[in-house]
Design a protein around this ligand. Structure first.
Ligand code: NAD
Ligand code: ZN
Length: 357
């Protein structure tokens, strides 16, 4: 038996207003004539946060279009543009939700690795460390701030660049940055964390490391979405730490049925990660009875709409595409259902589940 020896984020700062320390944090990372690049979620274009970015010298702000989840072509275009303009850069600072953070991680890696990011979709394919990279979440839930992957849609698959070079060198956890997130978006991304916890805690890969973080993250999600009757600053603090702990929990276990099924939706229909997980979780009583019951309670209590009937009218071929993508996520199914998962989750059973969504 060999245990995973995993690379973590090097530096973490947490606190309301921690964003103001960014200039000091970046100062020792600056190299002569190489700018810092701030990759910022396009939501913040024209917003006050942009004026707080500590620009020096040739530093540049690039607004990231996250209308769709990150693509390998988008990563390659950004990295090539930076190489052409500057040769090299001192660092890439991603400010935004999971999509922007994933883009920042991937662009950092592609500054120092040849070819296309599509060549590195998989496990431990990245050859060289990227340039310095920092992540600053403005939405809480994905755990992308701590993970060793960056999820990209490529020409043939949706798969992360999973490697020891992928985690950020620095993260800045400033809950103030999440306070204006729209209620629905905050819920969908927050539920990504809740679902990570359920899938990790109910999975066969569970160990005490994952359990400790997973239980804490679950408790924080419950405080925010179940117990409290209004959203306040403390809720932003709690959900940000839930996301961190949830990410740490799955780092040493795996996600499960909701994610495996949701990947199929995302591949065929472009359904985004947070909402896709919610659409699936709504129908998973058989696998996570207590978690789904509580999930439905949170949906109702927080007055959230979960889309229904999104697979209506799809062809057999389209169902097959989703089933193939989903069943390809072997570790997720094994974590969820055990070594004999293929006998439990047959194609027919999965088809019936997709038809219900
Ligand atoms: P997101 O980054 O896709 O952003 C969703 C929407 O919220 C966007 O329109 C964005 O502009 C907006 N937004 C972001 N911050 C805001 C704020 N403070 N106020 C108002 N609007 C704001 O959403 P997400 O759920 O954080 O991330 C989903 C992405 O993360 C997917 O691409 C998914 O694949 C990825 N992901 C990665 C990992 C990982 O480990 N790397 C894990 C889970 C999910
Ligand atoms: Zn997730």
């Amino acid at each position: 038996m060999s245990f995973r020896n995993f690379k973590m984020v090097d530096y973490v700062v947490f606190g309301r207003g921690a964003f103001n320390q960014l200039d000091d944090i970046l100062a020792p990372r600056r190299k002569a004539d190489a700018p810092m690049i701030f990759l910022v979620d396009h939501f913040f274009e024209g917003k006050p946060l942009v004026n707080r970015i500590p620009l020096r010298g040739k530093d540049k702000i690039i607004f990231a279009d996250v209308t769709y989840e990150p693509k390998t072509t988008q990563v390659d275009a950004l990295a090539n543009e930076l190489k052409e303009s500057f040769g090299t850069v001192s660092g890439i600072i991603g400010i935004g939700g999971g999509s922007t953070m994933d883009l920042a991680k991937a662009v950092s890696l592609m500054m120092n690795n040849p070819g296309s990011s599509a060549d590195y979709q998989g496990w431990d394919l990245v050859k060289f460390p990227g340039v310095y990279k920092a992540g600053i979440p403005t939405l809480s839930g994905t755990g992308a701030e701590v993970s060793r992957t960056t999820v990209l849609t490529g020409p043939t698959r949706k798969l992360g660049m999973n490697s020891d070079f992928t985690p950020f060198d620095q993260i800045v956890l400033d809950p103030e940055l999440t306070k204006d997130a729209p209620v629905n978006q905050r819920f969908y991304t927050g539920m990504d964390c809740y679902i990570h916890c359920i899938e990790s805690l109910e999975g066969t890969y569970l160990n005490e490391f994952s359990k400790s973080y997973g239980e804490k993250a679950l408790e924080l999600c419950q405080k925010v979405f179940v117990t409290k009757d209004h959203w306040d600053d403390e809720s932003d603090d709690q959900l940000m730490m839930a996301s961190y702990a949830g990410g740490m929990s799955i780092a040493y276990s795996q996600v499960g049925v909701a994610h495996a099924v949701s990947y199929g939706l995302s591949y065929l229909l472009g359904t985004k990660h947070g909402i896709g997980n919610c659409i699936v979780m709504n129908h998973l009583e058989e696998y996570y009875p207590a978690g789904v019951k509580e999930f439905k309670y949170m949906v109702e209590k927080n007055k959230i709409d979960i889309p229904q009937g999104i697979c209506k009218g799809l062809t057999d071929e389209q169902f097959d595409v989703m089933i193939n993508v989903s069943l390809g996520m072997k570790p997720l199914w094994e974590n969820a259902l055990g070594k004999d998962w293929e006998k439990i989750m047959t194609r027919e059973k999965l088809r019936a589940l997709y038809e219900r969504l």
